[in-house]
Design a binder for this molecule. Sequence first.
Ligand code: HEM
Length: 500
Amino acid sequence: MSIFLCFLFLSFISLIFFKKLSSSKGKLPPGPIGLPIIGNLHQLGKFLHRSLHKLSLEHGPVMLLRFGVVPVVVLSSKEAAKEVLKTHDLETCTRPKLVETGLFTYNFKDIGFTQYGEEWREMKKLMGLELFSTKKQKSFKCIREEESDLLLKKLSESAQTQTLVDLGKALFSFTGGIIFRLAFGQNFRDYDFIDMERVEELVIKSENTVGMLAFTDFFPTGLGWLMDRISGQYSRMNKVFSKVSNFFEHVIDDHLKSEQHQDHSDLVSAMLDMINKPTKYGSFKFTSDHLRGVMSDVFLAGVNAGVITMIWTMTELIRHPRVMKKLQDEIRATLGSNKERITEEDIEKVEYLKLVIEETFRLHPPAPLLLPRLTMFDIKIQGYNIPKNTMIQVNTYAIGRDPKCWTNPEEFIPERFFNKSINYKGQNFELLPFGAGRRSCPGMSLGITIVELCLLNLLYFFDWSLPEGMNIEDIDMEEVGALNIAKKVPLELVPTLHHS
Ligand code: HEM
């Protein structure tokens, strides 16, 4: 009886929601018909970006769905993406408050998931100054060089013994070594509390937890709360978060013990020094939760997207020997045959590498759905009315495969970018690996420098082959993940030194 009453109550709520939406002015976007209470949740499969792509082929590039009782508009064309991220950037640049992101960001005290406003602006400015400014990037040069040398040493050892290398692990160690040293002052290789492999595990678990849909976010209060507890989602989420939080406490304690907090040598030390001191903006002060929120951003956003990009690039190169040969020939011809170290100046010289990375971003954007936005006003997209408080998802995976933008979209052809003015920096809405507008990725320049530098090292010094007995057709392209989408089966290759 009580289940029946509950069902009636929820159907009633769904009805009110529908009436409210359809009474909004103008035409709403089309979309698949949903069920009472759950809306369109039953039409979503394991990978949200793929399910939404499939639905958009039927319902169009501006599509309205309901996740439970929450309206979600999905954009799958460059024109629609441009209208939201450029024309209506200011009206849509806040984020929805979701339980998982709230937990991992110490109640939205971060940059990536916090709501638009003064606090977000201040935090972004701080990150820009302490992590991304040109001055900082120059002073971090030696960290990048040290990490490159270490990577080369490890790969050369494997080359000498012709041993398989799990590229994911090697590249996480390289990228994490740089980002964690810049932000947390530690590379975690010789850390007594945790090693790099466990950090990697924790990053991936955290990304998957944050990227998962929680019932609390999409069902009326009480019901969602109960469902998250019954399904185990709540305890899974808290278990992962408590490990992350414990890890952050160790890093902070280390800074306090060694008085590293006074030297501004990394992001944590700079923030520790600012806690509770006045900022330029009225009463706003950084608190210890802001410090942990920003640490969460670095942890969730700073390392894995770059690693995923490099793994997909190497996978596509191995699958396309013509492209691999052309790229290595160009790199070696441009840089000469007796280089001992790749420098950042070398990055600018190899044009074809840029095309290869752009093509990888098109087919395998690490975050195929940009972080969700929320409309702060009623707006119109492609003639459709999008009411205030609607969640917006931009599907860059679908846009990257749109035949209206790309010839033979499923094929890996870096030459398609030759002599085209399309790049990934947020002005070309058919290619948005870093997003666009106010909420685009502030780590783009650092992230892409690390990716290019690392790929140049891999491709200049080594030739790469599949394990014995394995053919190109055997390479598994299955995906895994939620917030970031990675290659599921590790890419294992044998390196051979090119200039021995
Ligand atoms: C190849 C590397 C990277 C890729 C592909 C990437 C991609 C992205 C994407 C797609 C977004 C969401 C943009 C949107 O919603 O419109 C984002 C946001 C963000 N990224 Fe990155 N990212 C990378 C590297 C980094 C690095 C190195 C950092 C910092 C250490 C970083 C920090 C952030 C932050 C803080 C945000 C949130 C911005 C906001 O909401 O205001 N990212 N990134």
